[in-house]
Every structure is written in C-alpha cells, then in structure tokens.
Design a protein around this ligand. Structure first.
Ligand code: FAD
Ligand code: NAI
Length: 476
C-alpha cells in the first residue's frame, strides 16, 4: 500500500469525522482524516463546528455569564455580599477561546495516539481509481490520497436570511454571536430555537436588552408543551422579550444599527432597532469544496448527502455521517453515526438508536428530553401514564437555591415502559442520561422507582417522578 493509500479517508474532523477516524483506527485500519478549519494563526483547529463555534464555546460563555448573573443577583441569598462586580468581556471571551484551543489540541493528540494521519486542508473527490476513491487535499497541505472507504463528515453552516447575508459585525451567525467585542445595549435575535435561546441568554445575562423574533406561533414546538410553557414563562420573567408569530420585512443595517421591520402575530406593523442582530434560523448541510458532482454523489433537494439507514451513500464504499445527513443536527448523533460507520467498515454491526437521542437546551434552567412528548403520544393515540415531580420538593434543589422546574416521565399505560422523559430545571443536561439508559434497555418507570438514588441529589426527582407514574411519590 502506498503511503497515501488508506483503508479509510475521513473528510471533516467535527464530532462525526474525528470520532469515526479514531474508531476505525482502533479497529486496526489505516486512517487519514482531512479537515480545513483554521485557528486565528492559520493552524489546524480540528473539532468542527462543535469545538470551534458551537457546543464548546457556547457552553463556555453560558457558564461564565451564569457566574456573572449569580454574582450579581443570587450570591446575596447565600449570605455572600459582593460589591462592584464588573465584567471583563475580553477576558471572558479569551477564556472561551482557551477552552476551544484545549479541545483542538486534545483531538490532535488523540489522532497521534491512535495513529490517524491528519491532513490540514480541504478534501475533494477526484474520481474513482484502482483501490478506491481519489481524494485531493488542498490548502495548508496538498496531497493526493486514495481511500478504499471514504467517510463524508463535512457538517453544516448557518442558514442566512434571504437578502441579509452575515457580515459578522452587525448581522451575526453563531460565529459572530460568540465573539461580540462589547456588550450591545440592544440585541435582536431572529429565531427562538436552540441557538437563539442559548446565545440570547448569554448576552442578556451580560447586560444586553434582548428581543427575540420567531416566525412560528408556538414557542419551542418540538418540546413537550408543558415544559415549553414553563420555559416561556421563566425566560420572559428573566427579561428575554420573545415575540412569536412574526413575519419579517426587509432588514436594513448600517455600521451602528440594524432595523428589523416586522408584522406581529396580531397583524400590526412593528419595527425593532438594535445594535446587533443574531440570525439563528437553523443550519444547512455543507458540501462546499467536496466536489460531489465529479463522482455523482447524490444530494437531496436541500443539499443533504442522501444516505440509507446505515449511512451508506449511493456510491460504493462512500459513507456520510453527522449534520450533512438527515436526522437531528447534534454532536452526539454525529458521534454515534461515526462509530457505527467505522464498525460497519470493520465488519461489525454498527448501531444507532434514533429513539434514544437526548436533546438539551443549555439555558437556565436547562431543558432536556428523550423520547416522545405528551402531545406526540396523544396524537398517536397511545395510552400512557404521566408522573411529574417538581424540584421545589427536592432537598438538594432547595440547598442549591434553584427549585425551578420539574421532571416528567411518560410511560406506556399497560406495560409501564418509559416512552419519554422531559426535564426543565437545574442540571437537566446531566439528569437526562439516566432516562436515556432506561429507555435504551426498554425499562419501565418502576425500574427507575426501584433503583436506589443517592440522597440528597437532584436525581431523586427522577425516582420520585417514576413513583408518581404509579401515583405513589413519597415527597410530594
Ligand atoms: P461539523 O462539526 O460541522 O464538522 C465538519 C468539519 O468538516 C468542519 O471542521 C469543516 O471545516 C470540515 N470540512 C467541511 N468540508 C470540508 C472539506 N471539503 N474538506 C475538509 N474539511 C471539511 N450540538 C450538541 O449536541 N450540543 C450542543 O450543545 C450544541 N451546541 C451548538 C451550539 C451552536 C452555536 C451550534 C452552531 C451548534 C451546536 N450544536 C450542538 C450542533 C453541533 O455543533 C453539530 O451537530 C456538530 O458539530 C455536527 O458535527 P459534524 O461532525 O457533522 O460536523
Ligand atoms: P433551530 O432549528 O433550533 O431554531 C430556528 C428557529 O428559527 C425556529 O424556531 C424557526 O421557526 C425560526 N425561524 C426560521 N425562519 C425564521 C424567520 N424567517 N423568521 C423568524 N424565525 C424563523 O435552529 P438554530 O437555533 O439556528 O440551531 C441550529 C441547530 O444547531 C439546532 O437545530 C441544533 O440542531 C443545533 N444546536 C444544538 C444545540 C444544543 O444541542 N444545545 C445548541 C445550539 C444549536
């Protein structure tokens, strides 16, 4: 085998690609991974959207801004008097950048450790050759590779509003939203989805007056209705001004301000004038530079690489995973697919269970869920039982000083199998893992109810909600 010939060539080193590369190498295959992302110095920055401008930096800023909010508004409840709390935004953003770099470096280390050959540049199809697919690398590194198998993991990019391109100064994508130089006095957000709520929360906590404009009439329509209603109430009380059912007019921006004319839900003409505007209206699959047409790689009408249930494309030995294919655009979904594809290439039975992919919105309180919502169960006519437990009745939540929200468990009326779990409250992101485990094993509410949970923990709310499914909660 020539030095540029590999069993597997992975294009993209986001969570889908880098994990696929590592798993394939663990299984004894020779693996190359190509990624184009550049850090501020033009060096490699593997980790994709997630590491560079997504999950990791947003969570770093969410944590820092939450500390700021706590110091300003909640320390006093604990008897801690702090005077003169001030914000050093450049330091906060600098810390966020350090966290990103630690993750970039971690992936480069993992590539070395697992003997994955990394190429910094753009990977493009250059035809079918003896031994596999020719892949041309251009950019920082140039190389001609041949992969017996190719895994496409090129991810997604932010969707623009027609006629309003991102300039990252006034009109911000997720990238610009993570790097605003000074807290805007007035910040507009288009789209009350996951990014809108997370980034809107960051800048509200840091002092911006945040207005969110959302096209849909219903707030967080994909979330369990009871949770969505509670979230709307809390976010509004915190100071996010959320307007549902709006229709945008033509947006105008100058170097100083952005004007957003819109029609509100009642049909009245309105105008929002802000210093900066975050546009977070979803993401689109990214295949730029991949040269898919040259080999006849099939994309659908929205630009996603078409795959079957096993992540196989229409081309032999070419696979695709993560945001660039159907399914939720989540880092852990991309990772699961990356592992499954590497295992299938290695002759094993890779497996992804789409029914047990958890969702988390990292606002405060956090929102998490897995499985079906109550409205979905009602629509499908499935008979179910519901049990809820409020954090207000949980000792640890009282000690923390955060008793907002509840845990709700939905179980089959006849078999008691857990069909969905919905949480709004402190550490919901961590608590959901237990629900995922139970559902993966197709366990029952009673299984959770009979498991010993440490006291005092927030996780006892999960046990109590499970007991409530059988109307026998002990602490409520
Ligand atoms: P990506 O992470 O997009 O990686 C693709 C990589 O491929 C990139 O590095 C790109 O440069 C590279 N690439 C593209 N084309 C080429 C080419 N031709 N040659 C070489 N390299 C190429 N998900 C969660 O689960 N939890 C969260 O908390 C979360 N927070 C988010 C916050 C924000 C602000 C955003 C925008 C997203 C967030 N996501 C979150 C979603 C998550 O980031 C994505 O689902 C995930 O990154 C998808 O992984 P991927 O590997 O498919 O693609
Ligand atoms: P989103 O799909 O979550 O929300 C977009 C919102 O914009 C929707 O509510 C939609 O109705 C609205 N919208 C669309 N067009 C509009 C218009 N013209 N005017 C007003 N509103 C409009 O997408 P978002 O927030 O951009 O995030 C993209 C994806 O990134 C998410 O779907 C998720 O997959 C991922 N992500 C995940 C996170 C997490 O797991 N915590 C955090 C952030 C992003």
């Amino acid at each position: 085998m020539s030095s540029n010939q590999f069993d597997v060539v992975v294009i993209g080193a986001g969570p889908g690609g880098y994990i696929a590369a590592i798993r394939a190498a663990q299984l004894g295959m020779s693996v190359a991974c190509i990624d184009a992302w550049q850090n501020g110095n033009g060096g490699p920055a593997p980790g994709g959207t997630c590491t560079n401008v997504g999950c990791i930096p947003s969570k770093a800023l969410l944590q820092s801004s939450e500390h700021f909010e706590q110091a300003n508004h909640h320390f006093a409840e604990h008897g801690i008097e702090v005077k003169g709390v001030s914000l050093k935004l450049d330091k906060m953003v600098g810390r966020k950048n350090d966290v990103v770099k630690q993750n970039n470096d971690g992936i480069l280390y993992l590539f070395k450790k697992n003997k994955v050959t990394f190429f910094h540049g753009k990977g493009a199809f250059a035809g079918q050759v003896d031994g596999g697919w020719a892949i041309k690398v251009s950019g920082t590194t140039t190389a001609d590779l041949v992969g017996k198998h190719v895994v496409i993991a090129t991810g997604s990019s932010a969707r623009e509003l027609p006629g309003t391109p991102f300039d990252e100064q006034q009109i911000l994508s997720n990238d610009g939203a993570l790097n605003i130089g000074a807290v805007p006095k007035k910040l507009g957000v288009i789209g009350a989805g996951v990014i809108g709520l997370e980034m809107g929360s960051v800048w509200r906590r840091l002092g911006a007056e945040v207005t969110v404009l959302e096209a849909m009439p219903e707030f967080l329509a994909a979330v369990d209705t009871q949770v969505a209603k509670e979230a709307h109430k809390i976010f509004t009380k915190q100071g996010l001004s959320i307007h549902m059912g709006v229709k945008l007019g033509e947006i105008k921006s100058t170097a100083k301000q952005v004007t957003v004319p819109y029609t509100d839900a009642a049909g009245a003409a309105q105008k929002l004038v802000v210093d900066k505007l975050i546009v977070s209206i979803g993401r689109v699959p990214y295949t730029g530079g991949l040269n898919p047409d040259s080999v006849g790689l099939k994309l659908d009408e929205r630009g996603f690489v078409v795959v079957d249930g096993d992540c196989k494309t229409n081309l032999p030995n070419v696979w695709a995973v993560g945001d660039v294919v159907r399914g939720p655009m989540l880092a852990h979904k991309a990772e699961e697919e990356g592992v499954a594809v590497a295992e299938r290439i290695g002759g094993q039975h890779g497996h992804v269970n789409f029914n047990t992919i958890p969702w988390v919105i990292y606002t405060s309180p956090e929102i998490s869920w897995v499985g079906q919502t109550e409205q979905q169960l009602k629509a499908s006519g499935r008979a179910y039982k519901a049990g809820s437990f409020p954090f207000l009745a949980n000792g640890r939540a009282r000690a923390l000083g955060d008793t907002t929200g509840f845990v709700k468990i939905l179980a089959d009326a006849a078999t008691d199998e857990v069909l969905g779990v919905h949480i709004i409250g402190p550490m919901a992101s961590e608590l959901i893992a237990e629900a995922v485990t139970i559902m993966e094993f197709r366990g029952a509410a009673e299984d959770i109810a009979r498991i010993c949970h440490a006291h005092p923990t927030l996780s006892e709310s999960m046990k109590e909600a499970a007991l409530a499914v059988d109307k026998r909660a002990l602490n409520f």
